[in-house]
Structures are given as structure tokens and as C-alpha cells.
Ligand binder design. Sequence first.
Ligand code: IPD
Ligand code: CA
Ligand code: CA
Length: 314
Amino acid sequence: MSELDLAKLLEFSISLAKEAGELISQGSDAILSSEADEVDDKKNSVDLVTKYDKAVEELVNQRIKKAYPTFAFVGEEGTSASGSLPVFTDEPTFCVDPIDGTTNFVHGFPFSVISIGLIYKKRAVLGVIFNPFLDWLYYATEGNGAWLVKAGGSPTKLPLHPPRPLPSLSKALIAVEWGSDRSAKAIQARADSFSRLAGDGKEVQGGKMAHSLRSIGSAAMNFAMVASGQLDIYWEIGCWPWDVAAGIVIVQEAGGLFNTSDLSLHNGEVTGDSTDKVLTGRKYIAIRPISDAKAEKGKETQKRLVKEFCETIV
Ligand code: IPD
Ligand code: CA
Ligand code: CA
């Protein structure tokens, strides 16, 4: 397979995200005005799915099959039933979450997006995240920066403001999520970690608690907001490749650090790379672009913060 034409693929993916966004908006109107309960459960009563998740995935899959018949396709609705992680090959693979933030979608909380990632040679190389409720479109391709287009305006390079320093976790606005594993063990582990970040009555890294914690209910939007600099850190246990494929590229191209927070995968080192281990790590952390006189020093600061973070949450 020759090298990919990323510019053409980006144009295609943006137009597909917009088309899918229309279907998501129509689905939202229908679901919120319907008297019937149109929400089904997947593995438990907080893991939700609707006919719109499936219809959007079907639409996206069909469009991709027609335009790029040799590309592989991994979509949440077609893949997650198996309960196993997808295996990525070297072939180009679209990795799609048709609606990321289904809980938001069924409640009318306007943070639901379509997330389209492209994986090539086990690296995430293209990401498009579109929120049709806010009309915010985020996109990035490897080597070309990350961009946001708000409501048909002009593309703005991410981060939205010049990167500021982030000296310690004590200065951070941190996004966390409850996820759908509500077993006592999983909930207790999250609650313990969250309370450590929020202070826990004790001092945390840097001598103080984080500024605050947020949960907006969409992994992809969390990554996009970290890339924008509106969130300092996003951390979650239990994400799947379709939650992260587009976000990886957008965060990294903005100058942020994206990695699995399972440091053991890297023998205790934070590598910041985008290998298949990062794609299938399940535990993720993203840190916003950080200023520093030398870019290298900024990267070192990001890595130090990941270490501090991992030490704080356990
Ligand atoms: C979920 C959302 C949520 C995150 C979960 C994801 P879904 O995706 O991104 O914010 O906490 O881990 O599974 O089910 O709405 O596509
Ligand atoms: Ca998702
Ligand atoms: Ca989904």
C-alpha cells in the first residue's frame, strides 16, 4: 500500500462527519420528543445504545466502503459486542465512534460527537471530531497541526491561546469520567482516585489540591478540549480505541501529550508515542500543550506531570 493522501482523506472524513452530524441532530430531536423509551442497554443499564448509534455507524461504514473499499473498518457498534479489543494491522483502518457521549445524547446534554480516526501502520494519523449540537469541528492530520472550526467560521489553530506553563497538578482543571463499569470495585477505585486529586484532606502534588474536576461525558470532547487548552488534563480508565483514535492525533498535533497512563506498559517511562499499545491501553491520560522556552523542556514537564499524576491517583 502506497503512502496515504491525508489531505484527501481529511476532506472526505470532514464531509462524512458533517453528514453523520445531521443524522445525530435529527436523532436527538426524535429521541427527545418521543414518548416511547428508545434507549437500550448494552452490558448494563448505564451502557446505553439507541437506533441512532447504529444508523450513524451504518451510514459511515457504507460511505467508507464506497470511497475506500480496501480500508478496514472498526466501529463501536459492530465491534464492542465481542467484548475484545480490535487487532490493528498495518493496513489503513478507520476507527469510528458513531456517537461518543450516548448518555448525553439521550438526555439532550450538548456534548455528543462523532469521532473518526484513521490508523495506519498502527499509528493514529488522522482525527476528526464533530459536535453537531455546538457546530464545533476539530481535526488534525499527522504533521499538519490541529484545528477547530466553530459554527462555519475560519479554522483556528489549537491550542486556542498561547500555551501557558502548568507547574504542577495543583494548578490543573482535570477531566475525569465515571465510565460504565459500576462494579463496587471499579467505582471505589475511581472515587478514591478522584478524591485524591480533589485533595482528600491531604496535600497533593505541588502542595495543594487540583483546581477542580469535570465530567462532560464524552471522551472525544475531553481530548478536543485538552488540545484546545480549555482542560489541563483528562484521565480515564476503560476507554476503547474508537474513543481515542481521533483524539490521539488532535492532542498530539496541538502539542499536548497523549499516552496510556499504565506506565508499566513502558517500563515506567512515559514515551508519548502512538503505537498500538497506546491505541489499546484502555487507561488514558492527555495533557494540554505547555509552554517552555525550549520545546524539549515542555515535553519533559508533560512527562513529569504524567508521573506525578499516576503517583497521585494510586
Ligand atoms: C463513553 C463516553 C464517556 C466515557 C466512556 C465512553 P459512549 O462513550 O465517551 O464519556 O466515560 O468511557 O465509553 O458509550 O458514549 O460512546
Ligand atoms: Ca465512546
Ligand atoms: Ca459510542
